[in-house]
Design a protein around this ligand. Structure first.
Ligand SMILES: [Zn+2]
Length: 92
């Protein structure tokens, strides 16, 4: 599941991250940046992940590519990304 680092969003909440962890969910951090300068929002997502007690092993961004690409989560993730891109194209 994505942890959205954009300051207006910051979802998942720390509580929801902790619930998801208990179900074995792995996470990715995304800035939701719509402009290059918004990439700095990543720090807020890192803080949110820490509040949710996410470990390095549970965070796709913190994995070497070969291990992040194993399993279905990355496939699901890229489908989600295409959907997100379409959404952003349509909704700004
Ligand atoms: Zn967005």
């Amino acid at each position: 599941m994505e942890i959205n680092s954009y300051p207006d969003r910051l979802d998942l909440s720390a509580v929801h991250i902790r619930f998801a962890r208990e179900s074995g969910v792995r996470f990715s951090l995304g800035t939701d940046a719509h402009a290059a300068e918004q990439l700095r929002y990543m720090r807020y997502g890192v803080a949110q992940a820490r509040r949710g007690l996410v470990t390095r092993d549970e965070l796709l961004n913190a994995q070497p590519w070969a291990s992040a690409a194993r399993g279905s989560s990355v496939r699901d993730c890229s489908v989600g990304s295409r959907r997100a891109l379409r959404y952003h194209r349509n909704h700004g």
